[in-house]
Design a protein around this ligand. Sequence first.
Ligand code: SF4
Length: 73
Amino acid sequence: MDELLRSQLGTESITTDMVKHCSYCVMISPDPLHRTPVYCIKYSGSNTPILVNLATCLTCGDFKKCGLGFEQP
Ligand code: SF4
């Protein structure tokens, strides 16, 4: 099942399916209960990913730069 997060402001929402296309995302955990399912290399500073949650991705916003048209209206 795709994990969904809505921001506290309610103006944006993202899913793991959107984040998996981010150029810094190397993998998404298949476990829907995983609290930090996104393997991201942006903040690790190396090719070894660190685990972040969707709230981090929502704040970061780099997944929007992947060119797949996930900009929110
Ligand atoms: S934290 Fe930012 S760079 Fe890392 S996977 Fe999420 S959107 Fe991409």
